[in-house]
Design a protein around this ligand. Structure first.
Ligand code: ADP
Length: 242
């Protein structure tokens, strides 16, 4: 395999809701080990696009491939077992279970194919990695907001994914938490994880993403290195509602 063979490729992906083209012919590729940023103003189609990648929504047209496997038509759990995991914009941990139980439950879901991929990292190692090493026995519902986000990330990592979709994972963090969160995502990348992040925090996009795509009204209006696209007049106009 060539080094730059995409891990995930979207070709001409569209999704309409009763006539509204929420996502309109979007194409992009993510190479292994990179972080792709997806940015754009509210309502531009970012969440809908993520939902087509994870199988929560079926694309109206276009093709999505993970490696050589076409994902179109697969159920979300099948896509997760192929190695594509996601976090949600609203934290979805199970509040009555402990932190460790939350990770164990995610692991159960993993199924055989993914577990063949390599040695499983223990739940404890994963919790250490995300910064919850001291919290194993705490009820998840007692965690602070950032710790619930850490747990959600650990749950996604428990699937031993090849690719993780982060849906505004940094939203709602204060400046010092943001710094911690950015460092954690950088650590995951440095460990070889491939990441697609939808994010409004432009400092994070600049710090983390090799390249990004900018969406507006369902279409990609710019793509490239963060500093280039954020200086693009088309992008500035889109954010100003132009
Ligand atoms: P973003 O994540 O960039 O804020 P979304 O993907 O949430 O954008 O929304 C894109 C467009 O699709 C918006 O106009 C939104 O109102 C519309 N939309 C999203 N989900 C649905 C749905 N389930 N049914 C109808 N319209 C939707």
């Amino acid at each position: 395999r060539k080094v730059d063979t995409p891990l995930l490729a979207a070709e001409g992906v569209s999704k309409s809701f009763s006539g509204l083209r929420a996502v309109n012919g979007v194409s992009f590729a993510v190479t292994p080990g990179e972080i792709l940023g997806i940015i754009g103003p509210n309502g531009s189609g970012k969440t809908t696009l993520l939902n087509t990648l994870s199988g929560a929504l079926a694309p109206s047209s276009g093709t999505i491939r993970l490696g050589d496997t076409v994902l179109n038509g697969l159920r979300p759990y099948q896509i997760a077992r192929l190695g594509l995991a996601r976090t949600f914009q609203l934290v979805r941990v199970m509040p009555d279970l402990t932190v460790a139980e939350n990770v164990a439950a995610a692991r159960l879901f993993r199924g055989a194919p993914a577990s063949m991929r390599g040695s499983a990292e223990s739940a404890g190692d994963l919790l250490d990695l995300v910064g919850l090493g001291a919290m194993h026995e705490a009820p998840a519902g007692d965690l602070t907001y950032i710790d619930q986000k850490r747990l959600e990330l650990a749950r996604a990592l428990a699937l031993e994914p090849r690719l993780v979709l982060l849906d505004e994972w940094l939203a709602g963090l204060n400046p010092s938490e943001l710094e911690t969160g950015i460092a954690l995502i950088a650590t995951l990348r440095d460990r070889g994880l491939t990441i697609i992040m939808v994010e409004h925090v432009m400092d994070a996009i600049r710090a983390l993403c090799g390249h990004c795509i900018v969406m507006n009204a369902g279409s990609v209006i710019a793509r490239g290195a963060p500093d280039e696209v954020l200086a693009d007049p088309k992008v500035i106009a889109a954010y100003l509602g132009g």
